[in-house]
Every structure is written in structure tokens, then in C-alpha cells.
Design a protein around this ligand. Sequence first.
Ligand SMILES: *[C@@H]1O[C@H](CO)[C@@H](O)[C@H](O)[C@H]1NC(C)=O
Length: 534
Amino acid sequence: MLPYWVKKSFLNILLRISAFYFCSVHFIFWIYNAFFKQRQYVTPPNDRLLMISATQAVKMIASREISSTELIEAYIHRIEQVNETINAVVLKLFDSAREKAKKVDEFIQKNDDAEISQKIKQQPLFGVPFTIKDALEVEGEIITCGIFSRKDQKCERSAEAVIRMQNAGGILLAVTNVPEVCMWVEAVNTVYGRSKNPYDTRRMTGGSSGGEGALLGAAGSVIGLGSDIGGSIRMPSFFNGIFGLKPTPGVIPLSGHVPEPTGYKEQMLRIGPMCRFAEDLPLLLRILSGEENVAKLNLDEPVARKKLRIFYLEGISENPVLEPLSDDMRYALKRSVKLLERKYDLVAQRIELPLAKNVMEYFSLSMKQDTTDPEFNKMMLCLKGTKGEVNCYSEMVKFICGNSKHTLAAIITGILDSHDPFSEQQKKELLYKRDRLKRQITELLGNDGVLLFPSWPTTAKFHNEPICAPFNFCYTALWNVLAVPVVQCPLGLDKHGVPLGVQVIGNPLTDRNLIAVAQDLEEGFNGWAPAGPL
Ligand SMILES: *[C@@H]1O[C@H](CO)[C@@H](O)[C@H](O)[C@H]1NC(C)=O
């Protein structure tokens, strides 16, 4: 056994080397992008129809102020305007959307106010467009999950979450880009190419709901569905300046998700809403979770905001594989804490979670715990049937020669997935630590505690840069490992014109507290902000 001070000094040296490494990588990418690439961004929308929430839109359709057709046409026009720049949309369902909007408008014309308000009660998204990521099945459409071999395969059913949105009167308008097998932080694949950030096209959109985040951030959609097993709702929501909710496990069904999870992954993976306006979060959670769960989530009860207890944690420290928390992100976290302290008249408590530093180990073990899923290299080929498998090593050679149908991130993930670095004893120990950490959080937060935590170590990186900082997703993945609900909230733009944000975390079934805090942060920081000149 080494003495404590030796271990501590050794760790300190590693942490310095790590900080120097991340700093150098960023410097190199910054030089390249500043001198050889031009920042492009999506100009703000000037149509007022694009600036109202889904909640408002339904009211305006019901009161005949706007028609569903006008709303749909406004978004179709916007998608045509922005998609060229951000490559977020993989499937346009404009014709069927127009038909459905026409039916909505006919209903409104034919019926009186009482009948209309009855209709809206049953269908609270009556006539409002929505978009989804390319990983939720839609009957009769091609949903690829970014996998080349699925590019011509039509789905035989729709995901339950999509059906619930449609049953609520929502009109599916477009499907958006994802990384291969949804397992990377950049939305890039060999079927549809790379999506770009609407605030700065040189930067990543995040993943895996990256096209969804980019389209919403560009005001090309008002509400959408994403899914999140390691941050796939929250990362793109953060990088593109919008709200994203990873809800409590079990309230929104996962059927029809590509791939469908088994084992502990069923606790980790969540389908959830992404949107530009916080008032749409409760509406969407209600629709997606169904009546029986609305009661469980207490969605009808108002939140006693002044009785909340607020905690904050300044990132994950003492782990050299994670990039240190940037000053901008730390400042954003502190500003959000201050705002809540003032608003709720309380003192927030800063906490430390030393057990969190092993998050990467917890994540890789949790992904394999009790699972009967096909291995990753089989998923890269085809999810259904899993005929054969991809040899990731020969695929790596093909990739270098420029003729692979797979992405580098997926090939590396496939190689890593086929190795098991832990002994049985280590596994047991790590899972014990993970469960202790979970218990700490459960006991700390109770049913009135809310934890603020940075959305990521830095703001949106340049394209390909994440390959050099592959573990940064641990900032979001920690909360999948612990299976707790989280809302990502935008907090305005930094000096480079890219979004800042914070994660708001609570115990299972306290989603309504998190949404209430998100609404207050929206009021305090003006919520979603369109991209603009520097
Ligand atoms: C979105 O834009 C990209 C880039 O211009 C284009 O290649 C792609 O086909 C567009 N998507 C659709 C569905 O048209």
C-alpha cells in the first residue's frame, strides 16, 4: 500500500497533465477552425408563428386566431430555410402533415366553441407539428438509427411514444439525424452525413438526438422527441440551447425504440421531450406518460417552490480522463444557483460526491448488467435478426482507406465493447459503489431536493474534437447510471455565441419540481435565444 500523500501527489500530477492535454487539444482545434473555417449560423426567425410555444399554439388554433395549416406551413418554410445549413432533417413528411392540418382546420370550421374545447381536452396537441429523432419507429417509414444497412428498411409499427403524440393530435412533420447506433456525441453517420450546430456550423450538435436538438435550436420545430441513455436528450438540448427532459424511469414506454433495451439499460434509457419553451414540458410529459402516470407524478399539484431545497455540485473532479469544468460553465452554474437563492429566498448548499469520479466504470458496467442485447458490433450491422457481425478491426482498416460504411466512433465503440477490463471482484465492488452513490442521492434529495449540475464540462466543441475528449458525456451519463430524472435548461449564450446550460436533477417521480425550476430559470435567463452575430 502506498502512503496517502504519495497517492495524492501522483493524482495531482496526472490531473495537471490531463488539464494540459485538454487545453492543447482545444487550442489546436480552435486554431484550425478560426483560420480555415468560417462561422455560419442560422438567422433568427421573423415569422411570429415560429415564436410561440405548442401550448399557446393549441389555444390559438382553438380560438381561430391561427389555423393548423398556417402553423405547419410556417415550419415547412423554416425547415427549407435552415436545413441546408445544419443538415438536421433526414425525412420530410410534409404532404401527410398538410393533409392532417387540413382536417384539423375543417373540424375547427365545422364545430362550435364547446365542441372545440371538448376536442382540445382529448387532444391537447390538436394541429401542432412535432419532430422526432431517427430512432423511434414510425409505421411505413424508414427509421435507420444511423445504421447503413437499415437505409431501405420500412418499419412495421410505430413507437408507443409517437403514437401517444399522434393520439394527442400532434402532427409528425419530420425525422432528424442521429449518430450510428445512437452511440456518439456527434450526429454523423454514413447514411445522411453530419449535422451542424445552428449557432456555429463549425461546432457539434451533440448526440444522439443531435439533429433534433439542432432543428429545435434553429426554430425549425417547436417540440420534439428524443431518447437518452447517456445524455442523448440533454447533450444536444444543451449544445443547441433548448430544454430537454429525461423523465423518471417507467413513466414513458420505450417500445418501438431502435434499439430496444434489456436489463439495467431499461432503467437508463428514457424517451423524453425536447422543446424551446419550458411551458411545453409539463404538457408533453402528461401526454407521453398517460393518465395512470400523471397521478404518480403528481402533475396536477402545484409545486411549493419556496419549500424546495437546492443543492449544487461543481462537476466531477479528481478524474484525469474527464476534461476539467470550464470557467464559463462554472460561472453559468453559479449564476443559476444565485438566481434560485434569490427567487426562493434560501441558501443553496454546495455538495461533493467523491463516489461520482468512477462514473465511466459505472456506466460501462451498467450498460452490460443483466442485458440480453446483441453486442455492439452486431448492432452496427442490423438490429433485427443480427445476421453476422461487423469485424471492427478490419472495418478500422477500411475506414482508414475511406471505404467503410461505419463511423470511426462506432468502430471504436465496437472494439471497446468486445473487451471486458474488470475482474468479477472489481465488478462487484464498482456496482456496490454505484448503488451507494444512488442511495446518497436518494437520501440527500428526498422529495423536495433539487440538484444543479453542469450540463457538460464545456460548451459545444468543434466537429471531431470530441474524439479527443471521449468521456465528457459522463456529465450526463452519471444520471442515467443513477436512473433519476433530469431537465437540461438553457442559460443564454456565451461570448462565442454558443449556448450555456445547466442540468436540474431530482429523485424519481419529482419531475414536476424540476420542471418548475426550469420554468423559473427560463424566466431568469430568457430561455431559448436564437443565434445571432457576435
Ligand atoms: C437537409 O439538408 C442537407 C444539406 O443541405 C441535404 O443533404 C438533405 O438532403 C436535406 N434533408 C432533406 C430530407 O431534404
